[in-house]
Design a protein around this ligand. Sequence first.
Ligand SMILES: O=C(O)C(=O)C[C@]1(C(=O)O)C=C[C@@H](O)C=C1
Length: 278
Amino acid sequence: MHVVTLGPAGTYSHRAAQSIADGSVSFRESVTEIVAAVADGEFERGVVPVENSIEGSVDESLDALADREVSVVQEIVSPIRHALLAQAPEFDTVASHPQALAQCREYLKENYPDVAQEAVASTARGVERAREDPSVAAIGHPANDGSPAQGGGEGDGLQRIAENIQDRDSNATRFLVVAPESARSDAGGKTSLVVYPGANYPGLLLELLESFAEREINLSRAESRPSGRRLGDYCFHFDIEAGLYEARTTQALEEIEEICANGWVCRLGSYDTEHVVE
Ligand SMILES: O=C(O)C(=O)C[C@]1(C(=O)O)C=C[C@@H](O)C=C1
């Protein structure tokens, strides 16, 4: 299985991708490019972060899933335990992915109030910055210290200045495995949907939610994202705890399709049990 994810090597997305790849993993610099590469048939699977327990949705992933014709075939949940990595304990700047900086907001405020924060494309990109520049520290997975045990080369080692610096021990990120549309499955206990009602009236959202509630379908996530067409116009992302193969799901979606007669309903697919990667 040829898999693409957020690079360079050493990101949390890379670790999640390794759990499903039987060969090498390729990298792109953004989740939009990853979803596009799968939609265009360059890769069989892509792994993108979609939700974090502290910071919430990864909006770029939600928008890419609504914009491109792809399916979702699996989810991977990973505990996120960040380390502070640097050449030495003194530094002026901390570089990392904005999600990682945000997940360590309180730690940084308390311990490094005067250190500048630099947002980069991924945690591994921050690690590269720290390897090149002694005045920069990175926040990322502790295995990025480059020690020989982690496959690091001589001289590229960084010190683990601190470990478990995320603001909450329960910090976890949910990744989705994206596949070409043809791989979409109706089987599985969970389903991801994107709904664009193309309408705006009192009770519209309530009607959508009632279609699930009346059939005892539990929602595990509901998010609204701007449609991009005009201010106040939204797409809704729903994850439900039911498979597309179930009659109650088919009935709920038929009803939702009627409500969204001027819009569209995208079934990203059903998938099964979560897969946890350390
Ligand atoms: O930069 C990385 O290492 C990523 O894989 C991205 C990402 C994210 O976008 O949420 C993934 C997991 C962590 O929550 C921090 C960053």
